[in-house]
Write a protein that binds this ligand. Structure first.
Ligand code: MG
Length: 354
């Protein structure tokens, strides 16, 4: 079947195919709005207008309940985290439901209770929204959009001042993908691949996933602590669709630096590693929903890692590499010796993970 000229599942999978769709179609029509400090075309995790961070994120995960989470927890966490990685604190959310005919009210209520719980963890509220219903089809129960706004905090100002102490030419007002400089250490907050494999196991009814749970959670409180108590963060992303490989390539491209990572430093559960090997998946390309990857000025990296490891979300954190001017793109020093190029993935190997 010739799929040219129509939307395919790859267009939503967070890799090169999706990036091309966003750039060649969406940005083409919506770019150039002069009011935004960080505009649409920056394609960062969220946009900035005045001192307000703005983000909208739709969630179409299949199935709507999976080990370690559900679509409601994912929808709140996804938007909260995209606002938080710019250094802002989310403070209000809007929620749009598209419900499929046949969804049980008990499942809907389970999702709502999960959203309320996640909002409480994040310290945000849903204050407006919308509900629509569509005929039975392929939604798999429901689709949820959560949009939100965030504001600057004292912790963000503190962090920017710490960076300026070591880098006098640092002018950024937010934590952006484009802020990385050669020498910055790359810090990863914990194990990769958990979310994608948990969803895949639920999609396929595979038994490998018995112990693997999604890491989905809001990270704004952790991020504010890191910014305020140690600081030194220059760039930050949540490595969701397309995984760590896509996030690092975003950093590299937008900051115009090379990134070298060390395979033996990348935290991964043994069952995730084994499942990826069995299924032929590259764990670097599998999505996460409760992790952050950051550039940190090298003078602060050790102190930063120490604090991160005292937290529940960051106890398995590692410095996994550094930014360099030696080459462009992303490369990995492998455990068997030698370097492997880490390209931007074509798309996340697991469909509909978020
Ligand atoms: Mg993001």
């Amino acid at each position: 079947m010739n799929a040219e000229g129509v939307i395919t599942m790859l267009h939503g999978a967070g890799g090169t195919v999706m990036h091309d769709l966003v750039k060649n179609y969406i940005v083409k029509y919506f770019s150039g709005f002069s009011g935004a400090e960080i505009p649409l075309e920056a394609l960062d995790d969220a946009a900035v207008i005045g001192d307000i961070v703005l983000k909208s994120d739709s969630h179409a995960v299949k199935p709507i309940f999976f080990p370690g989470g559900d679509i409601g927890r994912l929808a709140v966490s996804g938007t909260v985290n995209d606002i938080a990685v710019l250094g802002a604190e989310p403070y209000a959310l809007a929620c749009g439901f598209i419900l499929e005919e046949g969804l049980t009210l008990s499942d809907f209520e389970r999702i709502l209770a999960s959203m309320r719980q996640t909002c409480q963890e994040a310290g945000v509220g849903i204050i407006t929204g919308d509900t629509k219903v569509v005929e039975k089809g392929s939604l798999g129960g429901c689709v949820i959009n959560v949009s939100g706004i965030g504001k600057r905090t004292e912790a963000l100002e503190k962090n920017l001042n710490v960076v300026k102490r070591f880098r006098s030419d640092f002018k950024a007002r937010w934590i952006l993908d484009s802020n990385l400089k050669p020498g910055d250490k790359i810090v990863l907050s914990g194990t990769i691949g958990d979310h994608g494999l948990a969803v895949l196991s639920a999609q396929e009814g595979l038994s490998f996933g018995s112990g693997i749970k999604s890491d989905v959670k809001p990270l704004n409180r952790l991020i504010q602590r890191l910014l305020g108590e140690v600081g030194g963060i220059t760039a930050m992303k949540d490595p969701t669709r397309g995984g760590l490989a896509d996030a690092l390539n975003e950093f590299s491209e937008k900051s115009n630096v090379g990134i070298l990572i060390y395979e033996d430093k990348i935290p991964m559960r043994n069952d995730v590693r084994a499942a990826c090997e069995m299924l032929g998946l590259d764990p670097l390309e599998v999505g996460n929903e409760g992790k952050i990857v950051m550039g940190v000025v090298k003078e602060k990296a050790e102190e930063f890692l120490e604090l991160l490891r005292t937290t529940d979300e960051g106890k398995e954190a590692e410095i996994i590499g550094e930014a360099t001017k030696e080459f462009t793109g992303v490369a990995m020093q492998t455990v068997v010796g030698g370097k492997r190029i880490i390209p931007r993935p074509v798309g996340d190997p697991v469909p509909r993970i978020c």
